[in-house]
Design a binder for this molecule. Structure first.
Ligand SMILES: Cc1cc2nc3c(=O)[nH]c(=O)nc-3n(C[C@H](O)[C@H](O)[C@H](O)COP(=O)(O)OP(=O)(O)OC[C@H]3O[C@@H](n4cnc5c(N)ncnc54)[C@H](O)[C@@H]3O)c2cc1C
Length: 396
């Protein structure tokens, strides 16, 4: 962008201030007294949802791109900023500005990879677009929120998706090669909430692989960069509406975060089926096991691997007795929080103080992780009450 130095204040991985931005965007930061806000960020409504007629080529049923398509149809925005596939590589995301509703179909689907989405904000303003929608993953949405006031748009609708980890498109191709002998014919991949990776192929075939059977040990240790491994914004807390699948139990999962998010959802009218999300199972032992393995791996020790004969049994049991629905989403958020602490402590301990917000310490406290004196976040205006965290010592 014109001012590259803006990165210093906009980047989520330098000195984030979630509480202040949540307050600006949603009118308040996450409230520990409201169930699930410490985990998922501020929200008004949480739903399990699906489009009654799934959109072809969508990652799930296509709620994300349909919301943006409806905005264009209704004339509520002039352009939508999102990712489309590179014409030479269907897995490579390329930022695009879409101005006609029928253009949204080309953006459907998930492609692992980084691309400079926000670099198109200035060209969008220069093209005369006054009201826009942006679809983004958390690191894109955080930066957008940090700079939106100076961009001069009349209105920005922000549709976010959760994101657990991302990697380069080249790395993603390596992963596909390890998964199947015909990687070029894979058209779809998703890490589902029932502990399976789903693959779809150009000839219509489908295949699922249990998480425990994935060739993770064959991936290089930097397959996911430290930024993803230390991201505390899995659920895209600054979007107006978050559209994911984690708590959806086979369907999608919506977090309507503010009035603009409610306005967006209303655009879908009867096209969308919604219900209350379910929840089952218990997360504590899964998170504890994950933390122990992450600590061993970060310390250079071999992972405690499950014997091969046990894997199919556990893979069968997990979707039946493991955490499901909201409990699965809480499990994943707590795992990411533990991972953040372990990896930062190991790789850049001086960054913990600026990068780990108070609510994350509250999430990891049940697992015996507590901030040391040098890791305490600086005291800021709108954080959750200190009681959630105990004594945080001297302000910085
Ligand atoms: C790297 C990555 C990791 C994700 N991890 C999770 C997760 O752990 N849990 C979860 O619930 N959801 C995750 N998601 C979101 C999920 O894959 C679906 O996109 C979401 O559930 C919406 O489904 P849909 O059918 O409504 O989307 P669609 O209507 O198919 O629209 C998908 C939208 O995502 C955009 N998009 C695709 N690739 C990228 C990219 N690389 N960067 C930015 N935007 C992109 C597309 O341009 C499109 O606008 C992840 C998404 C990405 C990109």
């Amino acid at each position: 962008m014109a001012d590259p130095k803006a990165c210093g204040s906009a980047c989520q991985f330098i000195a984030p201030d979630y509480a202040a931005l949540e307050t600006r965007v949603h009118g308040r930061s996450r409230d520990p007294a409201r169930p699930d806000e410490l985990h998922f960020g501020p929200f008004r409504q949480m739903l399990r949802a699906r489009l009654r007629t799934p959109a072809p080529g969508a990652q799930w049923t296509g709620i994300t791109t349909r919301l943006a398509e409806r905005l264009l149809e209704a004339g509520a925005v002039d352009a939508v900023l999102t990712m489309a596939p590179d014409p030479d590589d269907k897995w490579k995301p390329v930022p695009v500005l879409i101005t006609r509703p029928e253009g949204m179909a080309a953006a459907r689907g998930m492609r692992m990879g980084y691309a400079p989405l926000l670099a198109l904000l200035e060209p969008a303003a220069a093209a005369g677009h006054r009201r826009i929608a942006v679809i983004g993953i958390p690191c894109q949405v955080y930066a957008l929120r940090a700079i939106e006031a100076r961009l001069g748009f009349e209105r920005i609708f922000v549709i976010g998706t959760p994101c657990s980890d991302n990697t380069t498109t080249e790395n993603f191709h390596t992963f596909l090669k390890l998964l199947d002998e015909h990687p070029d014919s894979i058209t779809y991949l998703e890490f589902r909430a029932d502990y399976q990776v789903e693959l779809r192929f150009a000839d219509g075939r489908q295949r699922t692989i249990p998480f425990l059977a994935l060739p993770i040990s064959q991936l290089p240790s930097d397959f996911f960069p430290l930024t993803c491994r230390s991201c505390v914004d899995y659920t895209n807390a600054l979007a107006d509406i978050t559209v994911g699948y984690m708590a959806g139990q086979g369907e999608q999962w919506l977090l309507v975060r503010n009035a603009r998010g409610a306005e967006l959802l209303a655009l879908l009218g009867d096209e969308i089926h919604t219900e209350a999300p379910g929840s089952a199972g218990k997360r504590a032992s899964a998170v504890r096991g994950f933390l122990a393995n992450t600590q061993r791996a970060a310390g250079g020790l071999p992972l405690r691997r499950m014997p091969n004969w046990v894997r199919p049994i556990v893979s069968w049991l997990m979707p039946r007795i493991g955490p499901r629905g909201l409990e699965f989403a809480r499990t994943r958020v707590e795992m990411k929080a533990c991972e953040t602490i372990v990896h930062l402590r190991r790789e850049v301990p001086r960054r913990l103080r600026a990068m780990v917000p108070p609510h994350v310490w509250a999430l990891v406290a049940p697992y015996g992780l507590a901030p040391g004196a040098a890791e305490l976040p600086p005291l800021r205006g709108n954080g959750p009450p200190q009681t959630a965290l105990g004594d945080r010592g001297t302000p910085g």
